[in-house]
Design a protein around this ligand. Structure first.
Ligand SMILES: Cc1cc2nc3c(=O)[nH]c(=O)nc-3n(C[C@H](O)[C@H](O)[C@H](O)COP(=O)(O)O)c2cc1C
Length: 362
């Protein structure tokens, strides 16, 4: 089957105008209430021609925060602020899912209520430093969650999903990648538990399954996506056999009739990969969304080779609000400014220019 990047895609009951998805990207520009601002409304609206936008990771609870100035979805103020984003994107015919986030050990007491110790699957300190309001600080050794606390984590995800519905999102993506709390349970480098949430694969997947069960009480499964990053070393992560382990997790997810499986293929920073992702794609019965270093040519090759149904694109969407048009018409791209990725004002956020041909200049 030969498909085109610019053809519509049927995602459950939603029709996407094309197969280009804006990948989730944290931009650290939320206000003092961890609410998105009018600038964020502009940022997402500028990118509404993506077939689907997946928002920046958004904490489901004050206890799930891991960085300065990231948005939440737990308070009414945050819901009201996000509603302006979803309305603006919908007004242009776009679709938008909220990425639900709980950072776990990738946090710091100074960011958490009552200076709490961050929680994780196990008390294993990640290498590296947390970004805090007073600069970079070494990660601390997290506290392993007690088994009795896990229902509360699940309830926080469910609350976030409920709030996302009230904020007008088309669906939610569970962030089960990049070394955050759910991923800390999935991968064996960070999960050394010996109870029902550690050890074998069903146990390591239990938290994700419980989160999905709870969210699917609020949303139909066809509006719920999951993100994995089996090989990503980011945030001090490792797994002894990602091919086998994520093959199992994927096969389990396959029975749920989810909106999609979103996979960050390979390592985010090195852009290297040792895994066979086609095996995951085959194991998953629903739509497979590929990500990591896809440009137009690679995206089209993947779609035509049936290696993916949707392509999520990060940095090029950050720097090119009209990326769909630029890819379609083979126009040159803006260069991304790394210095303004995380935090700041409109510079590097809403001021990337739309393409103008000489003939288009008024
Ligand atoms: C500035 C920035 C912020 C990111 N924030 C998130 C995030 O909030 N959630 C997430 O799952 N991935 C996040 N990522 C990873 C991207 O979604 C994506 O996987 C990565 O950029 C690779 O895709 P690309 O090569 O198309 O850019 C972020 C990446 C960048 C560059």
């Amino acid at each position: 089957m030969s498909v085109d990047l610019f053809e519509p895609f049927q995602l459950g009951d939603l029709t996407l105008s094309n197969r280009m998805v804006m990948a989730p990207m944290t931009r650290n520009r939320a206000d003092e209430h961890n609410a998105v601002t009018p600038l964020t409304v502009t940022y997402y609206q500028q990118r509404a021609t993506a077939g689907l936008i997946i928002t920046e990771a958004t904490q489901v609870s004050p206890a799930g925060v891991g960085y300065p100035a990231t948005p939440g979805i737990h308070s009414e103020t945050q819901v009201t602020a996000w509603r302006k984003v979803t309305d603006a994107v919908h007004a242009l015919g776009g679709r938008i899912f909220l990425q639900l986030w709980y950072t776990g050990r990738i946090s710091h007491p100074s960011l958490l209520p009552d200076n709490a110790t961050p929680v994780s699957a196990s008390a294993i300190r990640p290498d590296g430093q947390a970004v805090t309001y007073s600069g970079m600080q070494d990660y601390v050794t997290p506290r392993a969650l007690n088994i009795e606390e896990i229902p509360h984590i699940v309830a926080q995800f469910k609350h976030g999903a409920t709030q996302a519905k009230r904020a007008g999102f088309d669906g939610v993506e569970v962030h089960a990648g990049n070394g955050y709390l759910i991923d800390q349970f999935l991968r064996d480098g960070s999960n050394h538990r010996s109870d029902a949430y550690g050890g074998n694969l069903p146990n390591r997947m239990r938290l994700l399954n419980e989160v999905l069960d709870a969210i699917c009480e609020v949303w139909p499964a066809q509006r719920v996506g999951v993100r994995f990053s089996p090989e990503n070393k980011f945030n001090s992560m490792s797994d002894s056999d990602p091919q086998a382990h994520f093959g199992y997790f994927t096969a389990q997810l396959s029975t749920r009739k989810l909106a999609y499986l979103h996979v960050l293929e390979g390592d985010m920073q090195g852009k290297t990969s040792a895994m066979n992702y086609r095996e995951l794609r085959i194991k998953f019965a629903g739509p497979y969304m590929a990500n990591n270093g896809y440009d137009r040519v690679r995206a089209e090759t993947a779609l035509r080779g049936n290696a993916a149904d949707l392509i999520a694109i990060g940095v090029p969407f950050l720097a090119n609000p009209d990326l769909v048009r630029r890819y379609k018409e083979d126009l040159p791209l803006n260069t991304a400014d790394q210095a303004s990725f995380y935090g700041g004002n409109e510079h590097g956020y809403t001021d990337y220019p739309f393409y103008k041909k000489e003939t288009e200049v008024a």
